[in-house]
Design a protein around this ligand. Structure first.
Ligand code: SAM
Ligand code: SF4
Length: 344
């Protein structure tokens, strides 16, 4: 493998936190959705006949960079690119290179469905991305197609192999727990991760957007799945902290950590350190609420500079709610935006 260019270590550049919300939570983490588009149509994430935004309404990559720079100036030091599928966005590697080069950025991470990784893993790693999350809910090709509606499991498996070969410091699989859909595969997925020396997180399904099935029927809690995996793998609680909501358990004798992201059963809002910006520049201080602040008018107003952008971002701290109130029993979701709109 060709040697990688050195990565600038900004970790010791300590940018003061300037974003603190009403509840005293310091915001250090931006999740930026770079597109609402995706090559998959996962049943729990978007409607089958999803209509995508006109391109003119979507932030340009230069606008994305301006948003990131404003947040970094305000003390954010971790950025995640997500979507939709971030790797279907043309020239996305350019944005990665620009963001990792920004003084103050300690870490740029990526969440992807893996479909493009076989061809892009090397350049993403070379752009300075050190950690990557790859979503995979099943190891069964037919089931994979049913969940993603359009996806090809073989491509994603090849993408995981390519990510391993590219030398990421950490690769984590993300699996949404879905009763009656993939709940017979959690042990197999953990074994798959152990075999590759990578991590895996199990996610409780969130009621975001109106699906063609009843979320209460598929919802599974950490409290049901963790004991199962503990019994099988002898998981030991770990104090590893990735700066995100996952809590981890170590698989003894392996490099693998098993995480759970459990907004329902183990609410983590009191430790929330993040905000999200959608592909249209809407700043959502909480994934699970409807409060938001549109940044696009500022970004596209020639008379408005970076000071105004930063002032708006600071102002958003005043509308950051205490937390979500997800309820899978509600017949219609409180938040009608699908996950693919806000960015997972
Ligand atoms: N397309 C990329 C991917 O699939 O990894 C990035 C965007 S996707 C919205 C980010 C993560 O959100 C994925 O791991 C996906 O499984 C998860 N997700 C989507 N909808 C969800 C929901 N309703 N509840 C819980 N997780 C969800
Ligand atoms: Fe696309 Fe990711 Fe949503 Fe699946 S979870 S539809 S891959 S954005």
């Amino acid at each position: 493998m060709a040697s990688l260019p050195p990565i600038v270590d900004h970790s010791r550049i300590d940018t003061p936190v300037r974003l603190v919300d009403h509840y005293g939570r310091a915001i250090r983490y931006l999740r930026l959705s770079v597109t609402d588009r995706c090559d998959f149509r996962c049943t729990y994430c978007m409607a089958e006949d999803m209509t995508f935004l006109p391109r003119k309404d979507v932030l340009s990559l230069e606008e994305c960079l301006r948003v990131v720079r404003a947040f970094v100036t305000l003390g954010v030091d971790k950025v995640r690119l997500t979507g939709g599928e971030p790797l279907v966005r043309k020239n996305i590697v350019w944005l990665m290179e620009q963001v990792t080069a920004l003084p103050g950025v300690r870490e740029l991470v990526l969440t992807t469905n893996g479909s493009q990784l076989a061809k892009m893993a090397q350049e993403i790693r070379a752009a300075g991305v050190r950690r990557i999350n790859i979503s995979i809910d099943t190891l069964n090709a037919e089931r994979f197609r049913a969940i993603t509606r359009t996806g090809d499991l073989a491509k994603v498996l090849a993408g995981i192999d390519a990510a391993l070969a590219a030398g990421f410091a950490r690769i984590k699989l993300n699996t949404v727990m879905l009763r009656g859909v993939n709940d017979d595969e959690f042990e197999a997925l953990v074994a798959f991760a152990i075999g590759r020396g990578i991590d895996i997180s199990f996610i409780e399904e969130m009621p975001l957007g109106d699906t063609d099935y009843v979320r209460a029927d598929t919802f599974m809690s950490q409290d049901e799945v963790l004991p199962r995996l503990q019994a099988r793998f002898g998981l030991v609680a770990s104090d590893a902290d990735s700066g995100g909501p996952a809590r981890y358990w170590q698989v003894p004798g392996s490099a693998t950590q098993v995480g759970f992201i459990s907004p329902h059963s183990h609410n983590f809002c009191d430790r929330c350190n993040r905000v999200r910006v959608t592909a249209t520049g809407d700043l959502f201080p909480c994934l699970g609420q409807n409060d938001m602040l549109p940044l696009l008018p500022l970004l596209r107003d020639p008379a408005s500079g970076d000071d105004a952008l930063q002032a708006a971002i600071r102002h958003s701290m005043g509308i950051k709610p205490l937390g979500h109130d997800f309820d899978v029993q509600r017949p219609t979701p409180k938040v009608v935006r699908f996950m693919s709109v806000t960015g997972g």
